[in-house]
Every structure is written in C-alpha cells, then in structure tokens.
Write a protein that binds this ligand. Structure first.
Ligand code: GLC
Length: 531
C-alpha cells in the first residue's frame, strides 16, 4: 500500500518527484569495489542497491565516472560520453540504471561543464593549433602581460592553489580555475554549448533522471578578465566569499542554465541541481528562475558551526531564498569536498552525538535532502599519512593544505579488518583505518542504538508520517542555546539543545530522539522529534 506522504508526492506531481526527495551521494571510487582493484565501480554500486533501499533513500547522485586521467578523481573529464574502464563500461551503467529503477531509486549523475581534462581531444587539438585558432577558442587562451608576455594575463588564482594560468610552448597562457589538468572551457563558444547538449541527450536517452551540475556558478567569464580582489584567494576552499570575485557568478552563466533547462524540458520528470557556491541570497536565487535550474545546492548548513542561533539563521535564510520560487530548499551536511560532520562538530563521542542531532534537524526540514555516503554510518574524517594523500590540493598548495581525502575514504561494509568488504584488495585507493570494525554496515544494521539505525528510522518516519508535510516552519521560543520549530502543515516539532544543561521537552509525544532523553528533559547535544 502506498504511504500517505508518497500519495501526496506521486499522485499530484510526478514530474516533481524530487520535491521532498532524499538523495544519496555515491562517491563512486569509495562506495564498493567489484573487481578487486581497490577502487569502487559501477557494478559495485549495483551490488549494494538492496542496502540503499533498506536505508530508505529515494535517489542517487553518482560522482563522475567518465573517462578521466583522475587528476581530480573524475572531475577532470577526457570524454563525457563514456565510462572510465576503472569504473566499468556503458553496459554496466545501463544495468545499474535499470536495477536502480527496479529498486525504486532514481539515478542522477554529475556533469562537469566548467572545464575538461587536459587529456580531452579538444585540448590536445588546442595545443597543436596556433594562437587565435578555432581550436584554441574552445578554451580560454590569452597572451601574457609584461614585455615578453611572461606574466600571467591576470592575477586569478586556482581554487586548488597557485596561479590559475599555465603557459604553453608558444608563449600563450590558458586558464584553469582548478588544476592545470582542468582547462576552463570558453562558454562564449557555440561549439562548447552544442557539445554539452549532445552530452545531456546522450545520458537522458540512456534513462538518467537528472544531473548534478558541477561548479554551476562557474563557466561564464567576464569580458576583459579583470583582476580579482586578492582577498578572494582561498586555497582549497570551494566557497566563494561574499566579495565580488570575477572568476565566478558572472551573469552570462544563466544562458548556459537556460540552455540546459530547455533540453531537460523535452524530457519531463528529469531534474537539474546546481552546485552553487554563491553566498548572496538574491544572486543564489537567480539560478532558480523558472527557465533555469530546478534545484540549487545550498551549503549554509555545511558552513555553519554547531551553534543554535547560527543554525536557525542558516535555516531561515535558506527557506527565505527559495520562497515564492517554483523550487524547493535543499539541505546538506556533508559531501566529498568538506570535512565529515562527525569531525567538524567535535572529536570522538561528542562529535557523533552532535552529528546525530543534526541528522534529525535536517530530516525534519521541508524540501530536498542530500546525504553523503558514509554519513549514515557516522564515519569520521580520517587523518591520512602524507604519503597517502591524493587530492591535487595537497601538491598545488605546496603541502600546506591537506585537501579532501579524509572525507573520501572507502566505506566499511563488513568484517573485522580493513578493507571491511569494500574490496578484495588489501590496498584500497585510500587506506582504511583498522579501527572501523564497529562502524561497518554489518555491525550497525541490527543495533538499534547505531547511527545507521537512527538514519533508517528517521528516513522511514519522514516518508510515512503525515506530520512531515508543509513547506513552512514556525519557530517556538526556546531556552538560550536551543531552538524548536514546527512544520506548519503537518505539525511535526523538532527541538535541538546545544546549551550545556538539559532543558524541558516541548509538549507532545516523542517520535524519535538522537540520543537518550532524561525523563522529560532534552540533554545537551541532542535533538528530538515530537508530534
Ligand atoms: C566541484 C567538485 C569538486 C571538484 C571541483 C572541480 O566543486 O565538487 O570535487 O574538485 O568541482 O571540478
């Protein structure tokens, strides 16, 4: 029998299936390895679909699995219309989509549009062609400054550290906002648009349910490429601060999103979500106009400390940003680019308690949720030895930034020793800590007190209980360091205590709590749902 919340969702607007959907981000390299090479792959994901169904998520987001030299682990794409052999082949992809659909899971995939790999055929052609040629015009080539052109064309820095320009043999420079192996495309070039359209249709015709658009605030560049304010340079951080940064969020980017939307509109029920690291609310909302992206990743929860007032503000601003638009708020606490929340909020048990509390806060909110693989197991960030680090940020920053590898360690599935059922290989692409035996799926599945059980229960309640309906929140008065809100439609109450004393519970019947309650009091670092 269909559950109440499902009826609301499916019967009225199937093309907007995503409106209160829980997406699960699969970092493909680290999810499950089927062929024993120490790297996760598409058949590995397929073999674990039963787990994802049991967990209770609705849709997947797969990180890039396209042909790539893997300098940025797939975000450097050499052929966007083929599968890299390390992940499988197109047949494996089709089988994964079919099986996921049979498990009731939608499949969305990552699209990297801001740049290609330097191993892309276009870039090889560009290097062989002279300055001013059509081959070079697909990228951003410029002459340098200074008498002999030996200074870069402007002062832009790469998000991974160092200059955003690299000089080629004939003296010109090309732009790369990320690694030098990720040259930026020129979005003023019509061939670049046409090729993206081809890529979109290629995957849509294979049955994908949508796309996550990488660096959706990138792509367009301002004419004249003016210098950036030096204070905008922040190595290793993807957040673009609230200062005018000519590298990102240029008005021309909206033409690209309009083009993408036009194609998607030919395929009803498909969705595009943009990775939009734009902190200005009004500018963020522009990406969600009716003829642009369906959804925008909002990173406010990720970037907010464990502080009741700051979290409340983040939630209110996120809701306000999308109010009145034909979209939904999105919420995420983690992804492959940021520290895992357990370690972000604190070390050890307290970090876990806080992450559990935030899981309930997030799952109580209206709109779309993005979970990152492993957060449902309460995985911490891993301190890897220098020799194991693979993120280009580590080299590019001159070993001053350790990068994002600590959040990308493979998932522990079962058993007592690394690699915990992730792979048959001892040597996984990033080493797994030996002390993860208690964190495996196997160890947590039947334990009612585990993080996994909390997520399963929370996801199930969110899907089945009518109290979770309604797009607006009402805030209650709460003791200092605490907050409580109520979903205006269904009436679910969520309360969080970040003070250092237990506080009285709001009235109502307890549905779920992130940790043990003290009679009728909510202890510190704990959240509760009441109806
Ligand atoms: C996005 C991805 C990140 C990648 C970057 C360059 O921010 O999430 O992992 O390094 O784009 O493609």
């Amino acid at each position: 029998m269909r559950r109440t919340a499902d009826i609301r969702q499916w019967a009225t607007d199937d093309v907007m299936w995503w409106r209160d959907c829980v997406f699960y981000q699969v970092y493909v390299r680290s999810f499950a390895d089927s062929n024993g090479d120490g790297v996760g792959d598409l058949p590995g994901i397929r073999s674990r679909l039963g787990y994802l169904q049991l967990l209770g998520v609705d849709a997947l987001w797969l990180t890039p699995f396209y042909r790539s030299p893997m300098v940025d682990h797939g975000y450097d794409v050499a052929d966007p219309r083929d599968v890299d052999p390390v992940f499988g082949d197109l047949e494996d992809f089709d089988a994964l989509v079919d099986d996921a659909h049979a498990h009731g899971l939608k499949v969305t995939i990552d699209l990297v549009q801001n740049h290609t790999s330097s191993a892309h055929r276009w870039f090889t052609e560009a290097l062989q062609a002279p300055p001013g040629s059509p081959e070079r015009d697909r990228y951003v080539f410029r002459d340098g400054r200074g008498v002999d052109g030996s200074d870069p064309p402007n002062n832009w820095t790469s998000m991974f550290g160092g200059s955003a320009w690299t000089r080629v043999a004939d003296g010109q420079w090309y732009l790369h906002l990320f690694a030098p192996e990720q040259p930026d495309l020129n979005w003023a070039n019509t061939e670049v648009h046409a090729d993206l359209e081809r890529t979109l249709r290629f995957w849509l015709d294979r049955g994908v349910d949508g796309f996550r658009i990488d660096v959706a605030h990138g792509m367009a560049k301002p004419s004249g490429l003016p210098d950036m304010p030096p204070e905008a340079a922040a190595t290793g951080a993807l957040a673009v601060p609230d200062i005018d940064d000519p590298r990102f969020d240029n008005d021309g980017v909206h033409d690209v999103h309009r083009m993408v939307r036009k194609v998607l509109d030919e395929y009803p029920g498909r969705v595009a979500v943009g990775e939009i690291w734009v902190l200005d609310d009004e500018r963020f909302a522009r990406y969600l106009r009716p003829d642009e992206l369906h959804l925008g990743f909002n990173f406010r929860l990720v970037t907010t400390d464990f502080d009741a007032a700051a979290l409340r503000e983040a939630i209110e601003r996120s809701l306000h940003t999308v109010a009145g638009l034909n979209t939904q708020p999105t919420w995420t606490l983690a992804n492959h680019d940021v520290w895992r929340q357990v370690s972000r909020y604190d070390d050890g048990w307290r970090g876990v308690a806080r992450a559990r509390a935030m899981a309930l806060v997030e799952l109580a909110l209206p709109g779309v949720i993005y979970l990152y693989n492993g957060e449902e197991l309460g995985l911490p960030n891993v301190e890897l030895p220098d020799s194991a680090l693979r993120d280009p940020v580590w080299e590019r920053s001159g070993h001053t930034e350790r990068g994002r590898d600590g959040a990308r360690v493979p998932l522990p599935w079962e058993g007592h020793r690394a690699p915990f059922g992730f792979s048959d290989a001892e040597d996984t692409w990033l080493p797994m800590p030996d002390d993860w035996a208690a964190l495996t799926v196997e160890a947590q599945l039947e334990d009612p007190g585990s993080v996994l059980s909390l997520y399963r229960r929370g996801l199930d309640l969110r899907k089945t209980r009518t109290e979770f309906s309604g797009d607006e929140l009402e805030w209650y008065g709460a003791p200092p360091g605490c907050f409580a809100f109520r979903r205006k439609g269904g009436g679910l109450i969520c309360a969080l205590n970040i003070s250092n004393v237990p506080v009285p519970l709001p009235p109502g019947e307890v549905l779920l709590s992130s940790g043990p309650l003290e009679d009728d009091r909510l202890p510190e670092d704990t959240a509760v749902w009441l109806v």
